[in-house]
Design a protein around this ligand. Structure first.
Ligand SMILES: [Ca+2]
Length: 313
């Protein structure tokens, strides 16, 4: 089996950066067709810049980076500088990117890539709010049947919310977009907080990144050091959750994750619970399953994979 063709849709974000690095370090399993930036953790001008910084850090200035949507479909943009810092990539000192941003809009790139490739061969990997993916589905409904799989980080069930008591950040920022994606009929695999809150960067795991001894290893250690300060205080946990790399790790080692194929619907109306991922984990409705909703990860296996692969860059 050849490498899976993927498009990473992203709002870097330190954990997005690690997810991208893991993908670029794994050419046997993953062929990165391009990156599309979206507004999320920080505004679009910064996420489009950060995506290029990460490609250059990986020694891959040839990767096509496209800017996508600069705001959610129907709501005011909410960002997360309080977690990720003013630039979104606070922690390491990294040079300004010199590689170009592509002229083509990220949404048009997604549509074109899905139409040009054989149906069922392109996987979308959203790591931020789902605005670009939803826009592509609205603009070109024919692509829904051509998507191999959407593997996304977002939502929560048992862990409930991290930006409001009921909602996870990516889904909360653009619940209308999430609603479109979950109703699209495309095969969906979800890495919710239930999984990512088990992928904690402990001191020992952070030391392992640093011990790689390369610019990538050092940068990843400094990135995870940075957001750890916020998360350790918030959750009183032994380390910060490394959310987005669960998506790219799944493409390499799906056996590290377990979950249930269930119905997931998005709350789009209630101001109290907007952005909540209502997952029918216990099968108490007759609503048809539309997503593989993950619930657990082999965290040691995940960090072993991450450290081994990052050392290649
Ligand atoms: Ca992200």
């Amino acid at each position: 089996m050849g490498a899976r063709k993927i498009i990473i849709d992203t709002d870097p974000g330190q954990d997005d950066a690690v997810a991208i690095l893991l993908a670029l370090a794994s050419p046997e399993e993953i062929e990165v067709m391009g990156l599309t930036a979206v507004a999320g953790n920080v505004p679009l001008s910064l996420t489009a810049r950060n995506a290029r910084i990460v490609c250059e850090l990986a020694g891959r200035p040839d990767v096509a980076v496209h800017a996508g949507c600069d705001r959610p479909l129907g709501r005011r943009l909410v960002t997360a500088e309080h977690v990720h810092g003013e630039t979104g990539l606070n922690g390491p000192v990294l040079p300004d990117p010199t590689m170009p941003l592509q002229q083509e809009h990220g949404v048009d790139f997604i549509i074109r890539a899905l139409r040009e490739q054989e149906p069922g061969t392109v996987t979308l990997c959203p790591l931020g709010p789902l605005t670009n993916i939803a826009m592509a589905l609205v603009k070109a409904p024919d692509i829904a049947d051509r998507i191999a799989e959407i593997v996304l980080m977002g939502g929560a069930y048992f862990e409930v919310g991290n930006i409001t008591p009921a909602a996870e950040f990516n889904i909360y920022v653009d619940p209308q977009a999430a609603d479109i994606v979950f109703k699209s009929g495309a095969p969906i695999t979800v890495m919710p907080l239930d999984v990512t809150h088990k992928a904690l960067v402990t001191r020992q795991r952070n030391d392992a990144f640093r011990a790689i001894g390369t610019p990538v290893g050092t940068a990843v250690a400094e990135m995870t050091d940075f957001f750890e300060r916020f998360d350790k205080e918030k959750y009183a946990s032994e380390g910060a959750p490394l959310h987005d790399p669960c998506v790219t790790a799944y493409l390499i080692r799906p056996d590290l994750f377990t979950g249930r194929h269930v119905n997931v619907e998005i709350e789009t109306c209630s101001e109290l619970t907007i952005g909540m991922t209502v997952a029918d984990w216990w099968g108490v409705t007759d609503r048809a399953p539309n997503a593989m909703f993950m619930g657990d990860v082999d965290a040691d296996g995940f960090f072993d994979l991450l450290t081994e692969r990052l050392a290649r860059l």
